[in-house]
Ligand binder design. Structure first.
Ligand code: HEC
Length: 135
């Protein structure tokens, strides 16, 4: 009897754990689903002062970001990167952008990108969704 009870408790515990995991995964997915249309505005407000977003447009304080998703770090033509970015050896996929934008100095210590990160994670998801379409 005790043994049956124990295994019942185990089964319940396991299903709670699974439910918790599924919930966490769903929340993560919801946060990751960015709105590219809104992201364009977020880009203009938060990145546009330092970054251009049009093909062939000149670099500003920061490098041109046209087609940045999938690009290797520190490869925008004609831009002088910091030594830190030069040796970062990253590929700008969505996950890496996520980490970088959340805290540029944390992801690439010594980077000269002065951006503190977003207070609203949805803005970050949206701007990344926009960057993905920018090609
Ligand atoms: C105050 C100016 C400034 C702002 C605002 C800014 N950046 Fe930057 N960004 C830079 C600079 C400068 C660099 C070059 C960093 C280095 O060489 O260390 C950079 C580099 C980058 C890189 C690496 C590009 C490459 O070619 O490797 C990405 C990606 C990036 N920024 C995205 C963004 C996004 C997205 C935003 C808006 C959410 C943003 N930045 C806001 C100045 C800025």
């Amino acid at each position: 009897m005790a043994r049956i009870l124990t295994s019942a408790v185990r089964a319940v515990t396991a299903s709670i754990a699974v439910a918790g995991f599924v919930l966490t995964a769903q929340v993560a997915q919801a946060a990751a689903a960015g709105d590219a249309k809104n992201g364009e505005g977020v880009f203009m407000d938060n990145c546009g002062v330092c970054h251009s977003n049009a093909k062939g447009a000149p670099n500003k304080i920061g490098p041109n970001l046209f087609g940045v998703v999938g690009r290797k770090s520190a490869t925008a033509a004609g831009y002088m990167y910091s030594p830190a970015m030069m040796k970062a050896a990253l590929t700008w996929d969505a996950a890496t952008l996520n980490q970088f934008l959340a805290g540029p100095q944390k992801k690439v210590p010594g980077t000269k990108m002065g951006f503190p990160g977003f207070s609203d994670p949805q803005d970050e998801s949206d701007v990344i969704a926009y960057l993905v379409t920018m090609k």
